[in-house]
Write a protein of this length. Structure first.
Length: 128
């Protein structure tokens, strides 16, 4: 399934994400949530999903046990993604819940992504 292209609105956050960050974020969303959260999680997952074309391009493979995945270096490139302020807040809340549950990825790239989201959400609060 191909990613839908979304143009950046003035108030949206543009953030670069590599394959690892996209996979880790997708894995952080809780299994149980409210309907509103589900709809936001679903929108975010659709934005960051790895398309069939991209899977072939980077030779993305998942191990038979489903616990690990591999891809070539081309997949380490950041691609731009756009998140609304509400989506960014949802991502921030998801990351902070993962941290409280000691499930936050121990990775500098993911932490840099988290800081970018946090700075954006914090700046949105200051503008109000």
């Amino acid at each position: 399934m191909a990613n839908k292209k979304k143009t950046k609105e003035k108030s949206d956050l543009e953030v670069g994400m590599d394959i690892y960050t996209r996979i880790m974020l997708g894995n952080l969303f809780p299994e149980r949530c409210s309907i509103e959260e589900y709809l936001l999680f679903d929108d975010i997952k659709k934005k960051i999903e790895i398309s069939e074309e991209e899977t072939k391009e980077i030779n993305f493979q998942i191990s038979p046990d489903g616990k690990t995945s591999t891809w070539n270096r081309k997949g380490n490139e950041n691609k731009p993604f756009f998140f609304t302020p509400k989506e960014a807040k949802t991502i921030l809340n998801t990351c902070e819940l993962a941290s409280r549950n000691k499930n936050f990825p121990n990775n500098t790239r993911f932490f840099a992504f988290y800081k970018e989201i946090k700075n954006f959400v914090d700046s949105q609060k200051e503008e109000k």
